[in-house]
Design a protein. Sequence first.
Length: 87
Amino acid sequence: MIKLPDSPEDRKKAFVAIGVVGAGVAYALFTFGIQPYFASVQTRRARVTELQALIDKGQQDANTTERNRKQNAAIIEELLAASEKYN
């Protein structure tokens, strides 16, 4: 443990120095630790939202392709039936 000075004036100076150092450490922790972390989280959330939109669009395109494939198969069957009818 740190031994505090006997003089009340020196004791006040020590407490003020401890307070200033504590405030400096808190400021540095916020500036170089917490603030960049929250900025990183916000950037990752934006990227996840962007990727989710791309996934949704891809899923919609895949569903549309499957529907078009089924429609094309039905049309081909009709054309084959019609061509056999006239042959």
